[in-house]
Design a protein around this ligand. Structure first.
Ligand SMILES: Nc1ccn([C@@H]2O[C@H](COP(=O)(O)O)[C@@H](O)[C@H]2O)c(=O)n1
Ligand SMILES: C[C@@]1(CO)OP(=O)(O)OP(=O)(O)OC[C@H]1O
Length: 162
């Protein structure tokens, strides 16, 4: 069986917070605001996996009013969700992710993000694609007020016949 899921998330960019995206701490004058570490890319990916599994969304599993998730490491949350996928017998087909941000420049950090995500999903880096786009200075991302991310995953259960 093949299942697909998609996820989307947004976090505000503010001063005095670290800028953690895809598990990488990016040097930047602002960071992402959230109850957790606000890793917008990992949240979108986690939601995509939960969507593929038919298990709702990240807030259902890790509520944003639960002190247990204050400053939570989103990579750990992703790993927990991946355990759910594994328990149901799924492996990753592929994941495709887009970061939507005017700044900072993501390109230098994308190989590390890809490696971190592939490791968390027990997959090869070739199965994970991370890309970035600006919105040409339009909208809240274009004004640098926030960062958005979206993700699509394909999960495979059992053997595929050729
Ligand atoms: N925050 C970002 C945004 C974009 N990139 C890279 O720049 C390329 C051009 O972006 P456009 O929005 O003008 O199409 C894009 O393809 C990314 O490779 C980036 O690194 N960080
Ligand atoms: C993981 C959580 C936990 O508080 O992180 P937040 O930083 O609140 O981020 P958001 O994407 O708004 O919702 C997901 C939450 O469940």
């Amino acid at each position: 069986m093949i299942r697909v899921g998609q996820g989307f998330d947004v976090h505000q960019l503010v001063e005095g917070r670290p800028c953690i995206i895809g598990g990488v701490t990016i040097p930047y004058e602002k960071g992402l605001l959230g109850h957790s570490d606000a890793d917008v890319l990992l949240h979108a990916l986690t939601d995509a996996i939960l969507g593929a599994l038919g298990l709702g969304d990240i807030g259902r599993h890790f509520p944003d009013n639960d002190p247990a998730f204050k400053d939570a490491d989103s990579l750990k949350l992703l790993e927990q969700v991946w355990e759910m996928a594994k328990e149901k017998g799924y492996r990753l087909g592929n994941a495709d992710c887009t970061i939507i941000a005017q700044k900072p420049k993501m390109a230098p950090y994308i190989p590390e993000m890809t490696a971190i995500i592939a490791k968390a999903l027990h997959a090869e880096p070739e199965q994970v694609n991370v890309k970035a786009t600006t919105t040409e200075q339009l909208g809240f991302t274009g004004r640098g007020e926030g960062v958005a991310a979206q993700s699509v995953v394909c999960l495979i259960q059992g053997m595929l016949s050729s």
